[in-house]
Design a protein around this ligand. Structure first.
Ligand code: ADP
Ligand code: MG
Length: 620
């Protein structure tokens, strides 16, 4: 694990700060719809608070003799002039029923509108956050991707980004709406009878304390659920990407067991979380039932003493019942917010990563007139602090010349190519292009001038044409065809029923290794760059194709700086310079003839490869 990821995990900022930071990041552009949604939602809560009143007046009208309260009587008089609503009491009841209906309808309409506004805001926030995290992960240097599984990154981009929606739609919004509703209920109850109101509030307070107590274990468990789910995806991803090996070695049962083990961890964490949540909710419900009984008892006593009307029992019970919903919501929001914060931490672990490889403030782009001189000046590099892949490498590659790098596998050849692309920076020493330190050149312009054929072809699930044109999306069909011809890919492509439009499947599974290699080569040819780096380009090619390729390469090399990492030594004999690497050090250099004349690793390798019965695999 990368030390900075480890450090970020240890020093986690508070949940509140993380939540606020995530919302601040994603709220841009959503201020208006979400404010309007909130206002409507609060209006909806207000309408909801009116609901118990018509029923109270109906009960009072039925049980109390005498005229109704003044404002109801005057409303009734106005309406009875326009509508035939019968005698006094019946008319009053019709009016109150109509009010009940109207309040419900209005509250429903406002709720639909505000929910739409708020949910769509939340979803748009997820969309923006996803794009951002994807962008950021994509720009991380290979060192990050070496240390992070694809499954983990996948989970962060697709699922952890939903944390902003749960924070907003299941956390912030219901919290505000519940608090506003609670305040309204408290105001009305205390206004009717302060002692009953205070009792109801005390019960509410107890409920909140219970909720608070449940908060910490819930967060810990939901963090564990997140981590376990991420590991489940990682398992799937690793097994499926290596499915050929799994099947070839008959390791299905082993993989199934490993998967079941991981999925079981996730199940256990999930079950524990569910148990805690249901137990918590039941506790809340029990406390609430006790509270309602106390409120009914207190109100009934006041009614018996003639201090309150029978309708007030309906009112108080109605409000106590209404107390439950916002409190229950608050108990959910606590865990939603905690769950969301766990996701948010994982999102920020990505967003806070500063790509180690980036443009320095003084970096300038390469101009059009790149000559292509490359110099390694005492370059040392290691993938990890305790290991060295290159040690004080000194090498001069004049512009337009060709150099071959040979040596046993693991010697550091691919590493040198990666350093030229600036996938990594040297630990010590400098790499210079036309005399300028690579770190003083903008990364985009540097990579624009280098075409690389990696050791493993990297192909996408698209057509052959799209795969070749990946290096130059604006290429004309003629350029595309020419590149395919140079790379020796023309014949097999035109033999395919759909030619350049043939889809090749995920990572090019529908092609042979040699065909994939040639597509990868065509891509580099198409880029038409000043510097070409080929990492074992003839691996997987048959002798004829290899010969074709080498003659194509000779044409391509004209006027360009070419670096060929080669396995077969007969492919490198025409290179201007041959570098022999061993364990990260340059141990020999010179032309083919010079190196053959000396007793050393080169001649040893050459002799081994010249023996007809020895395969080259044994040499590396
Ligand atoms: N991404 C990586 N992370 C850690 N170590 C690596 C990585 N890539 C290569 N190495 C190590 O660096 C050394 C040089 O590897 P490499 O440059 O790929 O050798 P070559 O291309 O000559 O076969 C090897 O010891 C290899 O194990
Ligand atoms: Mg290699």
């Amino acid at each position: 694990m990368d030390p900075s990821v480890e450090a970020a995990r240890v020093a986690r900022p508070g949940a509140f700060r993380t939540a606020a930071r995530l919302l601040a990041l994603c709220m841009k552009g959503e201020i208006w719809p979400s404010t309007l949604g909130m206002v409507l939602m609060i209006a909806g809560s207000g309408l909801g608070l009116l609901q118990p009143w018509p029923l109270k007046f109906i009960v009072d009208a039925l049980t109390i003799k005498g005229p109704p309260p003044g404002f109801i009587a005057s409303t009734l008089r106005v309406i009875s002039r326009a509508l035939p609503i019968g005698n006094h009491k019946m008319g009053l009841i019709v009016l109150l029923c109509a009010a009940l209906l109207l309040i419900s309808l209005a509250s429903a309409a406002v709720t639909v509108l505000s929910t739409w506004l708020l949910i769509s805001s939340g979803l748009r926030m997820v969309f923006r956050l996803r794009c951002r995290v994807f962008e950021h992960i994509q720009r991380q240097p290979p060192a990050f991707h070496d240390a992070t599984t694809v499954g983990d990154s996948l989970y962060r981009i697709t699922w952890d980004t939903y944390s902003v929606q749960s924070l907003f739609n299941a956390g912030l919004v219901p919290a505000i709406s519940s608090l506003v509703t609670l305040a309204g209920i408290a105001a009305v109850m205390v206004g009717q009878d302060w002692s009953i109101g205070v009792v109801a509030l005390v019960i509410g307070g107890l409920l909140l304390i219970l909720v608070q107590r449940l908060e910490k274990p819930t967060t810990n468990l939901s963090t564990r659920v997140h981590e376990n789910e991420s590991r489940v995806s990682t398992r799937v991803e690793q097994t499926l990407t290596g499915i050929r090996a799994v099947q070839a070695f008959g390791r299905e049962n082993y993989e199934a067991n490993r998967f079941a083990q991981q999925a079981n961890e996730s199940l256990k964490a999930n079950l524990r979380l569910t148990l805690l949540q249901t137990a918590g909710q039941s506790g809340v419900a029990a406390l609430f039932a006790g509270g309602t009984a106390v409120v009914i008892w207190m109100t009934a006593r006041r009614v018996l003493h003639g201090e309150l009307t029978p309708g007030d029992i309906v009112l108080m019970v109605g409000y106590t019942a209404m107390l439950f919903k916002p409190l229950e919501t608050l108990s959910y929001t606590a865990s939603s917010i905690q769950g969301a914060v766990a996701g948010a931490h994982r999102v920020f672990e990505i967003l806070d990563r500063d790509p180690v490889i980036r443009n320095s403030p003084t970096a300038r782009p390469l101009g059009a007139g790149v000559a292509g001189t490359i110099e390694f000046d005492q370059v040392s590099f290691g993938y990890r602090a305790d290991q060295s892949a290159l040690c004080q490498v000194k090498l001069m590659i004049p512009a337009g010349s060709s150099v071959a790098m040979v040596g046993p596998s693991g010697a550091g050849k691919t590493t040198m190519a990666s350093l030229i692309m600036r996938f990594y920076d040297p630990v010590a020493g400098r790499i210079l292009l036309d005399g300028r330190d690579l770190r003083e050149i903008t990364i985009e312009s540097l990579r624009r001038h280098i075409a690389i054929v990696p050791q493993e072809p990297v192909l996408f699930d698209a057509s052959i044409g799209e795969n070749i044109a990946y290096s130059r999306p604006d290429a004309t069909p003629e350029q595309l065809h020419a590149a395919a011809r140079s790379a020796g890919a023309w014949d097999f492509i035109s033999a395919m029923p759909r030619g350049f439009d043939t889809p090749i499947g995920e990572r090019g599974v529908m092609l042979s290794g040699g065909q994939r290699q040639r597509i990868s080569l065509a891509r580099a040819f198409l880029k038409d760059a000043k510097i070409i780096v080929l990492d074992e380009p003839t691996t997987g090619l048959d002798a004829q194709t290899e010969a074709d390729l080498l003659s194509a390469l000779k044409r391509l090399m004209a006027g360009r700086t070419t670096i060929v990492i080669a396995h077969h030594l007969h492919t490198v004999r025409y290179m201007n310079q041959i570098i022999v690497l061993q364990q990260g050090r340059v141990i020999q250099s010179g032309t083919h003839e010079q190196l053959l004349a000396r007793d050393g690793l080169y001649r040893h390798l050459y002799d081994l490869q010249s023996q007809p019965h020895r395969t080259t695999a044994e040499v590396s």
